[in-house]
Design a protein around this ligand. Structure first.
Ligand code: SAM
Length: 286
């Protein structure tokens, strides 16, 4: 199949040799599409992150089909088997526990491998927590950055927090309820308490809630609460030209770096990168 035939793909029944990445609900089972149900019913088998989760959908919609487990622990063994099955003409669906496979869920690696092997992938679109949170946040939603789960390693994490503090685009983050307080504290440190933010909890579920408006309010809201459920955070970008350059701090940092042995040029280059400004602007502050 070439790229043009992919574009004109209209067949509702699964086709031999194709992998279907099927979006499933992020809470409300009624969010599944007719097309997804049809594919799940008619593929040769379904590769799912957790068979118990997928069975909930199968039972609700009276679908019986073979399920195999496919997750981050067994994907390196399962991917070659799936490729072999596809080459032999089977049609296969990949589903994660919730939402779109491949978005912080198993699916990304197999999609990459299949692309390299020249095997076709069709996505059956469904709910995604990031997009659901973004659209309901009321924050600018046409240009955004999706960070998924922030890295745990401090240096990598701080780099992304710094990027978020300077970004003009809306940022979306996934976080576990256990770590939400720590993340909010860090967002406060990097972005300040006034930055607009929405914490979306339990989207599409019975106790769905959207907590805002700024980082101070959200920290206050969760202060004495047991935080449970699934959480997606949407952070507004800064307004164009709003990046406050703290000249005094930059001058002090420059002195410290030079005293520590860095050349003026190296210190300026480092501070320019750190503060998202030009090297010449650092020179001009001296
Ligand atoms: N593949 C999924 C998707 O398309 O959204 C994301 C899977 S990722 C492993 C799970 C994270 O997504 C959760 O920790 C949470 O941050 C977010 N999430 C999933 N369901 C959610 C919901 N109903 N409400 C809010 N956030 C949710």
């Amino acid at each position: 199949m070439n790229n043009n035939s992919l574009l004109s793909h209209r067949n509702e029944e699964p086709e031999n040799g194709i992998l279907y990445m099927v979006g499933t609900p992020i809470g409300n089972l009624n969010d599944i599409s007719q097309r997804a149900l049809n594919i799940l019913k008619n593929v040769s088998f379904i590769a799912c992150e957790d068979t118990r989760q997928t069975k909930k959908i199968m039972n609700k919609f009276n679908i019986s089909n073979k399920l195999i487990s496919f997750n981050k622990h067994n994907s390196s063994i399962k991917i070659p088997k799936i490729i072999k099955d596809l080459r032999e003409g089977k049609s296969i669906a990949i589903v994660s526990d919730a939402g779109m496979p491949g978005i912080c869920d198993p699916g990304e690696d197999i999609a990459r491998c299949l692309k390299c092997e020249g095997i076709d992938i069709i996505c059956i679109p469904g709910a995604c927590a990031a997009i659901t949170a973004l659209v309901s946040s009321g924050l600018p939603s046409s240009n955004f950055v999706f960070e998924g789960f922030l890295p745990k390693k401090q240096i990598d994490r701080e780099k992304i927090l710094l990027d978020i503090s300077k970004n003009e685009k809306t940022t979306i983050i996934y976080e576990s309820p256990k770590r939400l307080r720590k993340l909010l504290k860090q967002l406060f440190e990097f972005c300040g308490g006034d930055r607009e933010i929405i914490v979306a909890r339990e989207l599409t579920k019975k106790f769905e809630e959207h907590v805002g408006n700024n980082i101070n309010d959200v920290i206050d809201f969760f202060k004495d609460k047991d935080i449970i459920g699934e959480i997606t955070i949407v952070i507004k970008g800064i307004n164009k030209g709003d990046l406050k350059i703290d000249k005094l701090t930059i001058k002090k940092d420059l002195n410290d770096l030079i005293n520590a042995g860095l050349s003026l040029s190296a210190a300026s280059k480092y501070l320019a990168k750190k503060n998202g400004i030009k090297k010449s602007e650092v020179y001009n502050m001296i």
